[in-house]
Write a protein that binds this ligand. Structure first.
Ligand code: LIP
Length: 273
């Protein structure tokens, strides 16, 4: 079975992410209840996380039944096509739980053997839909990255980036208390050396913000593949450098995204690799 063009896969990712985005935004109850917790008491899942992932899985199974699927809530299901969809049904779950803006449906498709591994996968296409902002971010390998909203469609270019002291840097924190303590120590070292920091709570949107120049850089340790698969491609196709803290492939162990002029200085300042 021939692999479709990345642009065709991107358009499918946008369609299914948009459908899931409508479900979670229109169906959001006035008071969202925690359905369960996962890695820690603060790592929550809502009924909408589950409903969104079930919708994504069904739509993608209908469109491409031979593909694999890796979702935050229901795990990995192998396929036979060599392609796997990597989805976060609600990225920014705590924002969604509290009725804050900046939550997203993140859908990516990767070429991988077996369970997708960011160290070896090839991300072919991705979409990040933020229904709270009415924004759709999309990218296809080699075909650029775009932001679509009520004003139309714009091509994204992130630029070189400022010098470190002028950089607005986004980051995020783990649900694990010990790791949060370590992350706070890194933050304390970095804060005096940059313009300022932002903590949005949604990795996929942090990466898209780098692509759009809304922040100059984003770093985080401890992300899951579904948190960053789509946003990684949006940032890369917009010209950002996206690596781990040692300059190799980004992954759960570390992710750093910035314009090519800022990335080396920020990587050195973090000194985590
Ligand atoms: C979130 C990430 C964010 C991180 C949060 C959380 P979730 O994913 O997108 O970058 O800082 O702690 O992990 O749990 O909302 O899908």
């Amino acid at each position: 079975m021939p692999t479709p063009e990345p642009a065709e896969l991107r358009d499918l990712a946008v369609r299914v992410a948009t459908a899931a985005g409508e479900l979670i935004s229109r169906g959001r109850p006035d008071r969202v209840e925690v359905a369960a917790t996962k890695s820690s008491p603060t790592d929550v899942v809502t009924a909408m996380d589950t409903a969104s992932e079930q919708l994504l899985r069904q739509h993608l199974r209908d469109a491409r039944p031979e593909d694999g699927f890796l979702g935050e809530e229901e795990g990995h299901e192998g396929g036979t096509s060599g392609l796997t969809w990597v989805v976060d049904p609600i990225d920014g779950t705590v924002n969604y739980l509290y009725g804050l803006r900046s939550y997203a449906v993140s859908v990516a498709v990767v070429r991988a053997q077996g369970r997708p591994d960011p160290a070896t996968w090839t991300v072919l296409a991705g979409a990040v839909v933020d229904p709270s902002a009415g924004e759709t971010w999309a990218a296809a390998l080699g075909a650029g990255a775009t932001l679509s909203d009520a004003r139309g469609v714009r091509t994204l270019r992130c630029g070189d980036g400022p010098e470190l002291g002028q950089a607005l840097v986004a980051t995020g924190f783990s649900y694990d208390a010990q790791r949060r303590s370590e992350q706070a120590a890194v933050l304390a070292r970095l804060l005096p050396r940059v313009r300022d920091l932002r903590r949005v709570g949604t990795a996929s949107l942090d990466l898209c913000s780098v692509a759009a120049g809304r922040v100059d850089a984003y770093y985080e340790r401890g992300l899951n593949p579904w948190d960053f698969a789509a946003g990684w491609l949006v940032a890369r196709e917009a010209g950002a450098v996206v690596t781990d803290f040692a300059g190799s492939a980004a992954g759960t162990h570390g992710l750093l995204a910035a314009g090519p002029g800022l990335h080396p200085a920020l990587r050195a300042a973090l000194d985590l690799g």
